[in-house]
Design a protein around this ligand. Structure first.
Ligand code: HEC
Ligand code: HEC
Length: 197
């Protein structure tokens, strides 16, 4: 099984330029459900959503439910890693927006709420956070008829302007997020990731 973990690490470590989010320390239940979505094609089948599609390819190696549970558990048990901070914004405006639009599902300290299937937001790197928000907003994530909770989140992100997102993320990452890491090679975000910020 550890061989599988290493395959995931190719994209989910902190070394690689072309990569996905850091998964270390995310909640077991959230990882488990997202892996189910990738495995069943509810996420990761739209080639236009390049990075998600890449992950769809990454999941083909997962053979069964036992592996999904094992992998979710393995990543959930790791210590969270320092994160790259890339998003600048007005934290005070971000806080107001967070309290109006996010707190009811993601919690006072961005700790998440399992009953509402809302993950913690305190382990997300800025670049990944903003990409996902843009994807929810544009309908590239949370569009599948079977993706009930993804669609809930997509609805919650409608009408947010880009500066709202930056303010929100500056607030959440600075207030609740992980310690700051230095970018490896001067490039703060993975190659191919849709920026600019
Ligand atoms: C080829 C690179 C690649 C491989 C291999 C890969 N992933 Fe991913 N993964 C990604 C990318 C890129 C994303 C972000 C998708 C997006 O932008 O929507 C992602 C997203 C995820 C997510 C969703 C995280 C979230 O916050 O919603 C989980 C969970 C995940 N991967 C788990 C795994 C596991 C477990 C493995 C090993 C079986 C794995 N991945 C292998 C690239 C990869
Ligand atoms: C009505 C409840 C609700 C509200 C309000 C809400 N969310 Fe969510 N959010 C969710 C759910 C449910 C998910 C999980 C979606 C999935 O399963 O793909 C989610 C997922 C996310 C993710 C993806 C995390 C990851 O690891 O990929 C981000 C980022 C996020 N929310 C940020 C926000 C922000 C910022 C706000 C405020 C503008 C917000 N949410 C408002 C319910 C909500």
């Amino acid at each position: 099984m550890l061989v599988k973990v290493h395959e995931c690490r190719v994209c989910h470590g902190t070394q690689e330029a072309q990569r996905g989010p850091i998964l270390d320390g995310m909640e077991y239940w959230y990882l488990y459900e997202q892996l189910q979505k990738f495995h069943s094609g509810v996420r990761g089948q739209n080639p236009k959503n390049r990075s998600e599609y890449l992950m769809g390819v990454g999941t083909r190696k997962i053979e069964n439910q036992v592996e999904i549970a094992y992998l979710a558990n393995w990543f959930a048990k790791q210590e969270p890693k320092p994160a790259i901070r890339t998003i600048q914004g007005d934290k005070n405006l971000g806080q107001k927006m967070y309290e109006q639009r996010c707190v009811q599902c993601h919690g006072d300290r961005a700790e998440g709420n399992r009953k509402l299937k809302s993950p913690a937001l305190d382990k997300l790197e800025g670049w990944y956070f903003i990409e996902q928000m843009r994807k929810f907003r544009s309908g590239e994530r949370g569009y599948h008829p079977k993706d009930e909770w993804g669609r809930v989140m997509a609805t919650a992100s409608k009408d947010l302007a880009d500066w709202d997102l930056k303010n929100l993320i500056a607030y959440v990452v600075n207030e609740f997020g992980l310690p700051e890491a230095q970018p490896m090679d001067g490039s703060p975000v993975p190659a191919g990731s849709r920026k600019p910020f």
